[in-house]
Design a protein around this ligand. Structure first.
Ligand code: UD1
Ligand code: MG
Length: 449
């Protein structure tokens, strides 16, 4: 049956102590609400409706793939939120999810929806604060009592309500209309629909979570950090299952999406952001930070390198301590060594810049060697200019290439040169003061007091 996901996200999240609405605080670099939306989509939700309140506009602009947004101006309880949200729902079955319960998995959503009428529970050692679920011998939920409304024996129940439930949309509408707020909190409790379902012959199966993290909500930054660890552990396990060796699964951070080939190796304390793609046999050594990058097969990124908006070909070697900035495109078998910074650079196959160099706004051909300390002077204080180096160029150490400038194929630039005009192919260009030799030079000596 086609179903809609109705996600509650109107709460303020006071305990986050933040200007940002709670549901857009991230887990794994992605807003919590987006995790829930994506899980619902992956489970096949035909429609996604989100109830927003506090910071609604910010939430809307931060989360994708939502069909309808419903405003709840005043937060009068979960039952009130669902009642309003159902106005945006058009499919015959609805599952209620929460923007601050981000670890819910698509398989769990699918399982619940297939049961038609069900409520998701969890068994906790310490159920304090949660609604308690009274379950009959056949495994159906009889009713849910909120902590604040529970008596001593009810408080001993350790099956808690995650809040997630599913039923036919038509019935949910009917039941939510009938809710009242005669309870300890003076709120419209969604949980009261469980008893109404029983009265209507629509009893809800009580489904217990195998992994309680899926039902865990985030109210403060401590809980957020705890779920972040759970998320990172899952990401690490996923990568290992896909054939990646992790030096230490607890010391990898993925804040985005990673695609990998076979036999990759990722060192300790590596951080991956945005969209990162690794070919086969890629090695990323310890302490690298990599954002939005494509790395070709059999390339090694040595320790402490920083890559952003870069693509690197196959059999390349980068770092240690290299910095590739946006617009860097390195072909196969290139080498970028320690303390080399590149920005908006295209470098052809087999070219190298091994030490202490800045390459900005440059087009570099194949098999070109750039000596230690070379700088492209790409900025004149107002505008950026391009440096072009052909194939088989040799740039001596500590050259300054003042852009715009072109170094022809096969040209050699002498060490220490400041190049301001184009060099013709196969020429040697020397642009430095001539060496003087003063024989028998006496060094200054310290004057006596
Ligand atoms: C609710 C459940 C409780 C369950 C617990 C799980 C009810 C009455 N109680 O309690 O049984 O154990 O969740 O965490 O449902 N929200 C709105 N609009 C509102 C009220 C809430 O969007 O008017 C959203 C909140 O932003 C939050 C979620 O619904 O994401 C749950 O609301 P909250 O007030 O935290 O519910 P609890 O009292 O914790
Ligand atoms: Mg509450």
């Amino acid at each position: 049956m086609t179903f809609s996901a109705l996600i509650l996200a109107a709460g303020k999240g006071t305990r986050m102590k933040s200007n940002l609405p709670k549901v857009i605080h991230p887990i794994g670099g992605k807003p919590m609400l987006q995790h829930v939306v994506d899980a619902a989509r992956a489970a096949g939700a035909a429609e996604i409706v989100v109830v927003i309140g506090h910071g609604g506009e910010t939430v809307k602009s931060s989360v994708k793939s939502v069909d309808h947004w419903v405003e709840q101006a005043e937060q009068l309880g979960t039952g009130h939120a669902v009642k309003l949200g159902l106005r945006g729902v058009s499919k015959p079955q609805t599952i209620v999810l929460y923007g601050d319960v981000p670890m819910i998995q698509s398989e769990t959503i699918t399982d619940l929806v297939n049961r038609k009428s069900a409520v998701l529970c969890a068994e906790l050692d310490d159920p304090t604060g949660y609604g308690r679920v009274v379950i009959d011998l056949d495994g159906y939920a009889q009713r849910i009592i909120e902590h604040k409304d529970a008596n001593d024996s009810e408080l001993k129940i350790n099956k808690i309500n995650t809040g997630i439930l599913t039923a036919s949309t038509e019935h949910l509408i009917q039941w939510c209309e009938a809710l009242n707020c005669n309870n300890a909190q003076g709120e419209y409790y969604l949980t009261d629909v469980v008893e109404m379902a029983n009265d209507n012959g629509q009893s809800m199966q009580a489904v217990t979570l195998a992994d309680i993290h899926e039902g865990e909500g985030v109210n403060n930054r401590v809980q957020q950090a705890r779920l972040e660890r759970v998320f990172q552990q899952r990401m690490a396990e996923k990568l290992m299952i896909e054939g990646v060796t992790l030096q230490d699964p607890s010391r990898l951070d993925v804040q985005g999406s990673v695609t990998v080939g076979s036999d990759c190796h990722i060192g300790a304390n590596v951080q991956l952001y945005g969209d990162v793609s690794l070919g086969d046999g890629v090695v990323i050594e310890a302490n690298c930070v990599i954002k939005d990058a494509v790395i070709g097969s059999n390339t090694r990124i040595r320790a402490f390198s920083h890559l952003e908006g870069a693509s690197v070909g196959q059999f390349a070697e980068i770092g240690p301590y290299a910095r590739l900035r946006p617009g860097t495109q390195l072909a196969d078998q290139t080498k970028i060594g320690n303390f080399v910074e590149t920005k908006n650079v295209h470098m052809g196959q087999g070219s190298k810049a091994n030490h202490l160099t800045y390459l900005g706004d440059s087009l570099i051909g194949e098999n070109t060697n750039i000596g230690a300390g070379t700088i492209t002077c790409n900025y004149d204080g107002a505008n950026k200019h391009q440096t072009v180096m052909g194939n088989n160029v040799f740039i001596g150490s500590n050259a300054a290439l003042v852009a715009p400038v072109k170094i022809g194929d096969g040209a050699t630039v002498a060490a220490g040169s400041v190049i301001t005009t184009d060099a013709e192919p196969n020429a040697l260009v020397v642009a430095r003061a001539k060496q003087r030799v003063i024989s028998g030079w006496k060094r200054p000596v310290k004057s006596s007091k």
